[in-house]
Design a protein around this ligand. Structure first.
Ligand SMILES: *[C@@H]1O[C@H](CO)[C@@H](O)[C@H](O)[C@H]1NC(C)=O
Ligand SMILES: *[C@@H]1O[C@H](CO)[C@@H](O)[C@H](O)[C@H]1NC(C)=O
Ligand SMILES: *[C@@H]1O[C@H](CO)[C@@H](O)[C@H](O)[C@H]1NC(C)=O
Ligand SMILES: *[C@@H]1O[C@H](CO)[C@@H](O)[C@H](O)[C@H]1NC(C)=O
Ligand SMILES: *[C@@H]1O[C@H](CO)[C@@H](O)[C@H](O)[C@H]1NC(C)=O
Ligand SMILES: *[C@@H]1O[C@H](CO)[C@@H](O)[C@H](O)[C@H]1NC(C)=O
Ligand SMILES: *[C@@H]1O[C@H](CO)[C@@H](O)[C@H](O)[C@H]1NC(C)=O
Ligand SMILES: *[C@@H]1O[C@H](CO)[C@@H](O)[C@H](O)[C@H]1NC(C)=O
Ligand SMILES: *[C@@H]1O[C@H](CO)[C@@H](O)[C@H](O)[C@H]1NC(C)=O
Ligand SMILES: *[C@@H]1O[C@H](CO)[C@@H](O)[C@H](O)[C@H]1NC(C)=O
Length: 541
């Protein structure tokens, strides 16, 4: 990650806390060894998306899955509502939705050297030598970014830290960096296991290149190849991923092959341990709107690959009203499960599905099977204000669909008159649109209020009809405090059938709150004692 202008932390006085082995710089305003208590009840707080306890969050980092637990780390400024003073925050989840806040996992090793984005691997076979007697050793690989006195960027180097307790606490490796550099634009290492070695992709951000490095022990890295000037350049390359994904037959869902994917935009290709070769010259996009950045895939997942992204955008992440109103900024996207397939006409494509929502499903609010028609649900009484909505349209005679054949999903607030509109055109070039321009609460020149994308669908089945499906989650400010949803279809070709379902979602935070409404997180864990006074947590060993 990189932010346009780094706001160096306001809190000034230095304090060094002795981590075992290598000392780290702990800003006295940052609590160590205990999660930051949080209020997740505010009207803007998402209830099924992860957001930080307080302060500013950006990229997801170090994501891994081990022994039934998803670990999510994230770029975190615990002392401000904009980027700066970067740490690795930490939360864990068994279901991918219900996150328990953990103590901050990585602190800056020195004042003015921040912990930027990176990844985590599980060193099952002790290749690093850090784990004499365990198969669950965890190693984090990340960028350390130095800042000069005048605030300008110094070198970005790649470093490692290791954890004997499955990622709750880390120690810095004494011989960092493991990939040195004098560049201020070299960051975001993502490491995977490839047969007999480790492979890292890392961004030479402003040269529009990814370096691929290899290592047998996570400490000594060798440059292997560059993947340069692919796809959409934008301002810079950041947060690349390299991930192996199953290829599924589109009809049967059977796994028929596996391929690798590099994400920047995304590229499908073959990886042989040192070189990535794309299958074709296409640049593909996972999302059509602009509030999903720096997504990362969890290390250690078999089958469909699971990822989360940062549900914001540097153009306005530091201005959104959650900061002044509720003391936090940014949320993650919902988890997605992805695989590759070949679709008619489009060819290779990555299919992203919302990860299994079973654990957060609340009451069923509506189910209906209809042709042309409409379903309206007033969800003002749903405590979480969060909903899951699904509409399956089957039996579509594509040739008979017209430019009036549409299915819309519309959220409204009868009290304020606000609305959020979205919908799909079954005829023509099959645009899907989202219009968030009828919402108030945030205004910014970079905030794009209308998006659309071509969502081509096919009549590939034996009876020459097509089907189409939409899944949607609304979650407080992950849209807005709206209270009514309407799903409507019109002018569908004869024979088409729409199956709609609307469910309330359970708040993932409500059950974690104490009597005062505070979510304290995993406080049972610390071996160190802490006192909290005057709103500041101080170390007291
Ligand atoms: C939590 O935040 C809500 C909304 O911002 C506020 O009404 C409530 O008083 C807060 N609760 C506590 C315990 O501070
Ligand atoms: C660990 O070693 C075993 C046996 O050599 C090998 O099959 C496996 O792939 C290795 N796993 C990792 C994560 O290194
Ligand atoms: C792990 O690596 C260290 C350093 O190489 C070594 O001393 C130790 O014996 C190894 N442990 C196992 C179980 O292989
Ligand atoms: C590893 O296990 C062996 C055998 O139980 C024990 O002798 C040794 O002290 C252990 N090493 C460490 C570093 O815990
Ligand atoms: C890889 O690309 C980077 C960025 O352009 C460049 O600095 C580096 O020299 C390249 N490596 C090699 C070995 O060509
Ligand atoms: C991987 O591909 C590169 C370039 O395509 C080639 O030079 C290298 O030998 C290949 N490595 C293996 C292990 O096949
Ligand atoms: C969906 O919205 C579009 C754009 O406002 C409109 O033209 C179309 O008639 C709507 N369809 C339905 C089913 O309401
Ligand atoms: C929807 O309405 C159109 C226009 O009235 C009609 O031709 C079509 O058969 C209807 N579709 C279904 C699925 O009932
Ligand atoms: C939509 O289709 C999926 C996949 O076949 C199915 O699991 C789901 O229950 C359907 N939903 C509705 C509302 O019919
Ligand atoms: C709390 O943290 C400890 C490590 O400090 C860990 O062992 C434990 O599993 C965590 N519990 C939960 C529920 O996250």
């Amino acid at each position: 990650m990189l932010f346009p202008s780094l706001l160096l932390s306001a809190a000034a006085s230095a304090g060094a806390a002795a981590a075992q082995g290598v000392s780290t710089y702990v800003n006295p305003a940052v609590p160590t060894g205990t999660p930051i208590p949080a209020n997740y009840t505010g009207p803007l707080r998402p209830q099924v998306h992860y957001s930080p306890p307080t302060g500013f969050m950006n990229d997801p980092n170090g994501m891994f899955y081990l022994n039934g637990v998803f670990h999510l780390y994230y770029q975190y400024n615990p002392t401000g509502l904009g980027a700066g003073n970067q740490h690795w925050g930490h939360a864990t989840s068994k279901d991918g939705y219900t996150w328990e806040n953990q103590p901050i996992a990585l602190f800056p090793p020195e004042e003015k050297q921040y912990v930027f984005s990176g990844s985590v691997v599980v060193d099952t076979n002790n290749t690093s030598g850090f784990f004499p007697n365990q198969t669950n050793g965890v190693v984090a690989i990340f960028t350390l970014a130095r800042y000069n006195e005048d605030g300008s960027g110094g070198p970005q180097t790649q470093a490692i830290a290791y954890s004997h307790d499955e990622g709750y606490t880390f120690q810095y490796y004494a011989q960092n960096p493991v990939v040195d550099s004098t560049s201020s634009q070299f960051r975001d290492p993502k490491v995977i296991r490839f047969e007999d070695h480790w492979a890292m992709v890392v961004a030479y951000s402003q040269e529009f290149a990814l370096g691929i490095f290899t290592s047998t022990d996570l400490k000594k890295w060798t440059w292997a190849s560059n993947f340069t000037n692919h796809g959409l350049l934008g301002a810079q390359y950041e947060c690349p991923n390299l991930v192996k994904m199953p290829v599924r037959d589109r009809e049967s869902g059977e796994v028929v092959d596996e391929k690798y994917v590099i994400t920047l935009s995304y590229f499908i290709g073959d990886f042989n341990g040192t070189h990535f070769n794309t299958l074709d010259a296409a640049t593909r996009l996972t999302d059509f709107a602009k509030d999903n950045y720096a997504a990362q895939f969890f290390y250690g997942v078999e089958g469909n690959q699971i990822s989360l992204g940062w549900a914001s955008n540097w153009q306005y992440a530091q201005q959104v009203p959650t900061g002044n109103n509720e003391g936090w900024r940014s949320a993650m996207t919902l988890p997605r499960a992805s695989y590759l397939t070949k679709a008619p006409r489009i060819g290779w494509t990555m299919v992203d599905e919302i990860y299994d929502t079973k654990s957060i499903m609340g009451d069923s609010l509506a189910t209906k099977t209809m042709g042309n028609g409409s379903v309206t649900v007033d969800y003002a009484d749903v405590a979480s204000n969060a909903l899951y909505i699904e509409a399956n349209v089957t039996g579509i005679d594509v040739a008979k669909a017209t430019s009036f054949s549409t299915l819309n999903l519309t959220f409204t607030s009868p009290s304020s008159g606000e609305s959020l509109r979205s919908g799909f055109y079954f005829g023509g070039d099959n645009p899907f649109f989202v219009d968030r321009g009828q919402l108030r609460g945030f205004d910014n020149v970079f905030f794009t209020d209308k998006f659309s994308v071509a969502d081509v669908y096919y009549d590939s089945s034996a009876d020459k009809t097509a089907s189409w499906r939409v899944q949607a989650v609304i979650d407080r400010s992950m849209y807005e405090p709206l209270t009514m949803v309407n799903v409507a279809a019109r002018d569908l070709p004869a024979g088409a059938k729409v199956s709609v379902a609307v469910w309330a979602l359970k708040s993932t935070w409500a059950g974690q709150a104490n009597k005062q409404g505070t979510v304290v997180g995993n406080v049972t864990t610390t071996s160190k004692r802490h006192m909290i006074y005057e709103g500041v947590s101080r170390h007291n060993e």
